[in-house]
Design a protein around this ligand. Structure first.
Ligand code: PLP
Length: 363
């Protein structure tokens, strides 16, 4: 067996210890004679798995009592619709929301919301190919906006908010897909904080939404599909229908892995140290350049270029041959991108930098 260093943006590298445990439990989960993929989601065994997962996530993120935790399907993209459908149906809602565009995922979320509500753009970094986070200290947020929406870590462009926007008292909704569990979040600053898990937490097909309880509609909402109404899933403990049992199980193991590493503060320190190795090299290199304004750099997704598309392609090819996988940039931006999530060992980043130095010396 040989494992590569996998720099994929998602689905992405998972901790080897977690994969090993899953493989050990594959044929016979704790003496029940079947795998987690085969068991009823209504069984005691599975209820324990989802309860433990929620409890561990609450510990990790320090989630207050008045927030609900939902394990949902449809990915982060499904929440692009669920957010406006739920939040703009609450008593007194205006049906207006303000969006900050910092990349493709924020744009998609905005476009989806605009199908249902009056979704306005209050700031954007599209003018410079989303290479920075706009100043969000004094935005023209509407007095009657139901919420303000951000994508907090921009997977494709490699930017992150180091400071949350001033929402002028409005509910903040944040997509944290590509930074989930990479650092502490002060959950109380958010109305809704959610992410697809396949970037930094688990297998694809699961999105976790942490929602302040007063933002969950009381009952069914006109025009909102049953499955997208958060109330449905809150009342059913995320099991209105069959959930993604396997993904919940693996995420539960990753939660324990992060807890064992010392939790999110320790994770953040590890991630800072890893990212620094790569950014320090990019800042000193004559050949490779980071594409993001330094103060807005993501710790998770690091895009870079040589400035020559042919050389970029040669680099990607050569890196693959050296066991460094998935360094090609997103198809919409080109160049390279190294995603260095929680499960990427520091040795992976060191190996990448050594490879880049060597490539530079030869070109
Ligand atoms: C990948 C990604 C998404 C889309 O996730 P799906 O689960 O595939 O819908 C949304 N937002 C961000 C920030 C992402 O990185």
């Amino acid at each position: 067996m040989s494992r590569v260093y996998n720099f994929s943006a998602g689905p992405a590298v998972l901790p080897e210890e977690v994969l090993r445990e899953c493989s050990e439990e594959m044929l016979d989960y704790r003496g029940c004679g079947m795998s987690v993929m085969e068991m009823s989601h209504r069984s005691k065994m599975f209820q324990q798995i989802i309860d433990d997962a929620e409890a561990d996530l609450r510990t990790l993120m320090n989630i207050p009592e008045n927030y609900k935790v939902l394990f949902l399907q449809g990915g982060a993209s499904q929440q692009f619709a669920a957010v406006p459908l739920n939040l703009c149906s609450l008593p007194g809602a205006s049906g207006k929301a303000d969006y900050i565009l910092t990349g493709m995922w924020a744009k998609k979320a905005h476009a989806e919301a605009a199908r249902f509500i009056d979704a306005q753009v209050v700031a954007s970094s599209a003018d410079e190919t989303f290479s920075y986070i706009p100043d969000c200290s004094d935005l023209a947020i509407r007095d009657d906006a139901d919420y303000v929406y951000i994508c907090e870590n921009n997977t494709i462009y490699g930017t992150v908010y180091h400071e949350l926007p001033n929402t002028k008292g409005k509910v903040l909704v944040s997509d944290v897909s590509s930074m989930f569990l990479s650092q502490p979040h002060d959950v109380e600053k958010y109305g809704v904080i959610y992410g697809g898990v396949q970037k930094n937490v688990g297998p694809a097909g699961l999105v976790i939404s942490v929602i302040r309880e007063d933002l969950v509609p009381e009952g069914q909402v006109d025009g909102c599909p049953t499955m997208l109404n958060w109330r449905t899933q809150v009342d059913a403990g995320s099991m209105y229908n069959t959930p993604n049992c396997w993904a919940i199980y693996v995420c539960g193991k990753v939660f324990k892995w992060v807890l064992n590493k010392g939790g999110l503060t320790e994770m953040a320190a590890l991630n800072q140290a890893k990212a620094k190795i790569l950014y320090d090299f990019l800042d000193s290199s004559e050949l490779f350049k980071g594409t993001v304004r330094p103060e807005d750099r993501s710790l998770m997704n690091v895009p870079f270029v040589t400035g020559d598309a042919d050389l970029d392609a040669e680099f990607v090819k050569a890196s693959q041959a050296a066991g460094l996988e998935n360094l090609k940039g997103h198809r919409s931006v080109g160049g390279m991108r190294a995603s260095i999530y929680n499960a990427m060992p520091v040795e992976g980043v060191e190996t990448l930098v050594a490879f880049m130095k060597d490539f530079e010396a030869k070109h």
